[in-house]
Ligand binder design. Structure first.
Ligand SMILES: Nc1ncnc2c1ncn2[C@@H]1O[C@H](COP(=O)(O)OP(=O)(O)OP(=O)(O)O)[C@@H](O)[C@H]1O
Length: 589
């Protein structure tokens, strides 16, 4: 827990250390103040007011000090929370910038967004509202155990043994409740996803009168969530009861021991001093049990906080891809895969299983294959979004792991199906491709990507604000801006995830024009869905279940009458389309 907080606080970690020591000191001072009641009672019951006076003064000073220190501890806790909110997002941003691009799948991004919103807020509230009473609730009883040991060693011993017992029971109940909680969180996320899907699909569902099936999925997910919620309630309440019971059991054990003590004293004739010691011991026991009860009461909150901190810890555990000690410079823009194997996680099956292929510099390669065959994964490995599990990916004859990440990023431009624009103007978004580009170069890239038509309609032209995520533009318009961005970058390798037929046809036309224009000038690797694109390629790679099942020029593959020829027939039949193997005029310029 502390390690994650220290990571979150970075150079501000000193505030947390100071706060922790103050909280420990506060707990100890509370314990000492309570313990000083013992001599006060003992002296007063023996009619020794003079002897009691210094202890009374000490008690008073202790109470005042505790009160003052508590305020400082609270303020320090709030300072830690503020430091977390001010700096941790920035530090998480640094961590994100170092994480492999391949890590940012939709699921991981959703988890990340939960951490930086809800998680961070809960964690920031911990020091002031949870840690102070918990730290004091642990330290105060330790001091009281010491006092009890001095007063009556048997009582002290029982109190001492109660501490590890209570820790074990708290740990066990927290583990049980944590399991139920993670099951509930998972069901909750699933049910939320179903609801969002249901809302998003309303137009389709109504058009096709298909609400029944979707509603059933929604109801199933809600039922699962309800069941896991019931289990969570049952286990959490049982855990709370178990914690409370064990504290009460400790109290009972201490009382029984005190009763035996009283009995033995009665047998020998009860003295005033014994009576005073017994009353003082009972007072210590009651304060000891109160503190334990307070810690037990916070166990649920601490467990929830642990969950949030675990999620943050997971983010910090993601290792950046290693940078080479002696970076090498790629010779050209050729790409080669040498016996490439890849799996997303150690326990998962391989999604690429021994790929060998060479993509010549300046050539155009189309990747085709069924959904899930591994096309995007292959493209991601070329850009080193993640590292291969076995084998090597070479760019310009150099293993991508031996190329400095900035150098490799400079070699590769990418056009994705999903587009993202940053808040700012159209020009600023295009300029991201090359921050040093002149206005004329930005305008030229905009022209080439078909952005000129968009800006002609907008009164502020290139300076028009796109809105957060580009929400003021249509999907096709956003895509063209990202194409302009990629063109402005002017990298020797261009990876393109071509739009499927269902997506914006105008953007597809711009991508097709871009490919035609760049053909022969850049190394083009296209996850191709359009027959016209595939026909332009110098080389086609057919992927099936993580294997290259065919590779060669379009004509050569067509003649083989294999997978590609079959794929062509299917697509032509579906589209009523005849493929023209002639390269379009102007394609090679
Ligand atoms: N982040 C990920 N974590 C785990 N498995 C993944 C991840 N991304 C993809 N996969 C799996 O890897 C396999 C190959 O996926 P990939 O996206 O490369 O295929 P694809 O051919 O590009 O599919 P599509 O055409 O649908 O985009 C699939 O089985 C997919 O489920």
């Amino acid at each position: 827990m502390l390690k994650t907080l220290v990571q979150l606080l970075g150079e501000d970690a000193g505030i947390l250390r100071r706060y922790s020591w103050m909280a420990v000191l506060y707990g100890a001072l509370c314990g000492l103040s309570i313990a000083s009641v013992v001599p006060v009672i003992t002296h007063l019951l023996n009619n020794d007011v003079r002897g009691a006076t210094p202890w009374l003064l000490a008690l008073l000073a202790g109470v005042i000090l505790c009160w003052g220190l508590r305020r400082h501890v609270e303020q320090a806790g709030i300072r830690v929370g503020v430091a977390i909110l001010q700096g941790a997002r920035h530090r998480l941003g640094d961590q994100m910038a170092s994480m492999p691009v391949g890590w940012f799948s939709p699921q991981n991004t959703a988890r990340l967004s939960h951490v930086v919103t809800q998680g961070m807020m809960s964690v920031a509230q911990l020091p002031a509202h949870v840690f102070t009473p918990v730290i004091a609730g642990v330290i105060t009883p330790l001091v009281l155990v010491g006092a009890l040991l001095v007063l009556h060693w048997q009582l002290g011993l029982i109190a001492l043994l109660a501490l590890p017992l209570l820790a074990a029971v708290l740990g066990l109940s927290s583990m049980l409740a944590k399991r139920a909680d993670s099951a509930f969180q998972q069901r909750f996320a699933e049910a939320s996803q179903r609801v969002v899907e249901f809302a998003q699909a309303q137009s389709v569902l109504r058009a096709f009168n298909g609400e029944g099936n979707s509603l059933r999925l929604l109801e199933d997910a809600s039922l699962q969530q309800r069941r896991s919620g019931m289990r969570l309630i049952w286990l959490s309440s049982s855990a709370a009861v178990m914690n409370s019971w064990v504290v009460q059991a400790v109290f009972a054990a201490l009382l029984i021991c005190a009763a035996f003590w009283l009995n033995s004293e009665l047998d020998g004739g009860l003295q005033n001093g014994d009576m005073a010691a017994l009353i003082a011991a009972l007072l210590l026991v009651s304060r000891f049990v109160d503190s334990l009860q307070e810690v037990a009461g916070y166990s649920e909150v601490v467990r929830n906080a642990r969950g949030q901190l675990d999620a943050i810890e997971e983010l910090y555990a993601v290792e950046p891809l290693p940078e080479p000690d002696r970076p090498q410079i790629p010779r050209d823009s050729a790409i080669e895969l040498v016996d490439v194997h890849f799996r997303y996680a150690a326990q998962e099956a391989e999604v690429l299983r021994g790929l060998n292929v060479r993509i010549e510099a300046g050539s155009m390669t189309a990747l085709i294959g069924e959904s899930g065959s591994g096309k995007s994964t292959l493209a991601g490995l070329i850009a080193r979004s993640f590292d291969v599990s076995e084998g090597a990916v070479l760019v310009g004859g150099v293993d991508v792991r031996q190329i400095a990440s900035a150098q490799l990023a400079g070699q590769i431009s990418q056009i994705f199906q999903s587009t993202y624009l940053f808040t700012g103007s159209i020009a600023e978004n295009i300029r991201l491709g090359n921050p040093d580009a002149s206005d004329a170069e930005v305008r030229e890239a905009a022209e080439l990507a078909g952005v000129a038509e968009i800006i002609a309609r907008l009164p502020q032209g290139l300076e028009t604000q796109v809105g957060e995520g580009g929400t003021r533009l249509s999907g096709g318009e956003r895509q063209r801006i990202t194409i302009a961005r990629a063109l402005l970058k002017n990298a020797p390798i261009l990876l393109v995830d071509e739009a499927t037929a269902a997506l914006d046809t105008e953007s597809q036309a711009v991508i097709a024009e871009t490919l035609t224009r760049l053909r022969g000038q850049r190394t083009l690797v296209v996850i191709a869905h359009q027959l016209s694109t595939i026909a332009q390629a110098d080389q086609i790679i057919v992927l099936e279940d993580g294997l290259i099942v065919e590779c060669g020029a379009p004509k050569q593959l067509q003649a083989q009458q294999g997978r590609y020829a079959h794929f062509l027939k299917q697509r032509q039949a579906a589209a009523g389309w005849r493929i023209n193997q002639q390269v379009p005029t102007g394609a090679r310029n």
